[in-house]
Design a protein around this ligand. Structure first.
Ligand code: GAL
Length: 425
């Protein structure tokens, strides 16, 4: 019996070993995810009013990975104007964050991919089936022939004009469909003590320029600028600057000291009639200010650009040599997931970059943006990294500074062409 007992013990031990081995093999993804420890540093410019959507994503990540300490590193400054400079110092200094916000397009490809600082995410895209759910055109923007370099999380629209319907009614004006419509009502608004159009710090004027240029040039010529087929100092190029100059006559003079939110506040408070801004302004109005889209605030494509959707996309990549690579990959998985996307975007004021989005989670503004994105002519934003690399966008800001002082359209257009030559456009 003893002997038999010994055999039974051995058999039992074998069964146990097999069971444990089987268990170890079948635990993989979830248990592995739960086991993640250490830190995850997420670097972005989504601070303050822009924070809640990111926080909702971090909450999902924390539920899935309770052992990871998330460092939400934010550098304030709309459109990443300050964050990009800090990021550059860190990347070049060999201290990359685990993942950072970057615009899809030339801002990503022309900078960090070109200098070979990013990991190819093709295996992740294949594993998660993302090549099927992100639009082909978008994957082209975040990819090269050597790989796919970031995970897109938003589709934002740049060419939108915002207003308060009740205020327009009070002032007896309508939202302008063209800049001529705007020029027709602007003197009346000014006479009533209302600033026709609010603007803020330098980059918001670059942002206005791209909407104005899209109208003035048309979508084909807009694209031709970036493929080098149309010169910036062509008569069409000069005309876009001249139109901006005319519009600036009806804007506030304290712009350089204001954030984009403060320019939106001018519209909300009735100090200004209109503001041209990306649809994070909608997010600000409905998430921060609790205003109802269509009722408390209204929107129209920026003058002359109805039927065009100037887009940009925020994305996150994986720099080479990060300290906690697995934590970063788990973060990218949350970002690209349907749950992550449909949690983040309805708060942020953007539409999902995925094609299988659950529209019932989105409000009326976002539903209308999604419908337009599906049917409009889609072009890329300059101010938010799609159309040109950082050599161009950085130089463009200086040209804008000069233009604000000189108002010389021809000079600005010529300077743009010289910059384009330098930036390889
Ligand atoms: C854009 C960015 C948006 C929003 C905006 C204002 O460049 O893509 O997500 O953050 O800047 O900061």
């Amino acid at each position: 019996m003893k002997f038999l007992g010994g055999i039974m013990k051995k058999a039992l031990a074998k069964v146990l070993i097999v069971m444990v081995a089987a268990l170890m093999l079948s635990v993989p993804l979830t248990a592995q995810a739960k086991e993640l420890t250490g830190e995850l540093e997420i670097f972005s410019w989504w601070a303050g009013d822009e924070g809640p959507a990111l926080q909702a994503l971090i909450d999902i990540y924390k539920t899935q990975n309770p052992g990871v300490k998330v460092i939400n590193a934010r550098v304030t400054g709309g459109s990443g104007v300050n964050a990009r400079a800090v990021l550059k110092t860190r990347m070049l200094g060999g201290e990359p964050p685990e993942s950072f916000q970057v615009h899809a397009g030339q801002e990503l490809i022309g900078t960090w991919v070109k200098s070979d600082r990013m990991e190819d995410l093709t295996p992740l895209f294949t594993e998660m089936g993302w090549t099927e759910v992100f639009p082909e055109g978008l994957i082209k923007l975040i990819g090269t022939d050597k790989g796919i370099w970031s995970v897109p999380v938003t589709i934002h629209r740049s060419n939108v004009m915002w207003y308060i319907p009740a205020n327009l009614k009070k002032w007896g004006v309508e939202a302008p469909k063209t800049w001529d419509d705007f020029f027709a009502i602007a003197p009346k608004l000014k006479a009533a003590g209302v600033m026709p159009l609010s603007i803020a710090e330098n980059w918001t004027i670059n942002h206005l320029w791209e909407s104005v240029a899209l109208d003035s040039l048309g979508a084909d010529n807009w694209d031709a600028l970036w493929s080098g087929k149309l010169k910036f100092d062509s008569p069409e190029g000069i005309e876009a600057w001249a139109l901006l100059g005319k519009i600036l006559e009806y804007t506030n003079s304290d712009a350089s000291s204001l954030s984009w939110q403060q320019a939106t506040d001018m519209v909300i408070d009735g100090r200004a009639a209109f503001n041209v801004m990306g649809d994070w302004a909608a997010g600000y109005m409905f998430t921060t200010k609790k205003m109802a889209p269509g009722k408390d605030f209204g929107w129209i494509a920026s003058p002359g650009t109805g039927g065009d959707f100037m887009f940009l996309a925020d994305s996150f990549g994986l720099p080479k040599g990060v300290k906690n690579r697995d934590n970063a990959i788990a973060w990218l998985k949350v970002l690209g997931s349907k749950e992550g996307s449909d949690t983040f975007n309805p708060i942020k004021g953007s539409i999902s970059a995925r094609t299988d989005t659950d529209l019932s989670k989105y409000n009326d503004y976002l539903k209308s943006a999604a419908a337009d994105f599906g049917k409009d002519r889609v072009v890329g934003s300059l101010a938010h990294g799609v159309a040109a690399n950082e050599t161009f966008t950085g130089g463009f800001s200086s040209i804008m500074e000069m233009f604000l002082k000189s108002r010389n359209a021809e000079f600005a257009a010529k300077a743009c062409q010289q910059l384009a030559n330098k930036a390889g456009i």
